[in-house]
Design a protein around this ligand. Structure first.
Ligand SMILES: [Zn+2]
Length: 102
């Protein structure tokens, strides 16, 4: 399991961008370098890159973009295979409890 926050995603955007585009998009790279990644918003980054995918945390169950998410199915050298939000996890736990308490 791995908890990921929107702020962590924002803070890591420049490193991820440089890894994917080491030689290209110099204007975008410069604009990302100028941002205060500890305080800027996800919208600030989306406005520079042109889409919100670099900071979004989509829940695979409800498909909402949330601020905190749980990654499940993590292998040591791979990203989690499924991301689930707190609300969906709470719903899953309620179903476990219901079935256990019947
Ligand atoms: Zn969800």
């Amino acid at each position: 399991m791995q908890i990921i926050t929107k702020r962590e995603k924002i803070r890591s955007v420049l490193n991820r961008w440089l890894k994917q585009y080491p030689e290209q998009n110099q204007i975008t790279t410069t604009k990302l370098r100028e941002l205060d990644l500890n305080n800027c918003s996800a919208d600030d980054i989306a406005n520079i890159i042109g889409n919100s995918s670099w900071t979004s945390l989509y829940c695979n169950e409800c498909e909402k973009d949330v601020d905190i998410i749980m990654g499940l199915g993590k292998d040591d050298d791979k990203d989690p295979s499924v991301y689930v939000c707190e609300c969906c996890l709470a719903g899953a736990l309620a179903q476990f409890k219901y079935l256990r308490d019947r």
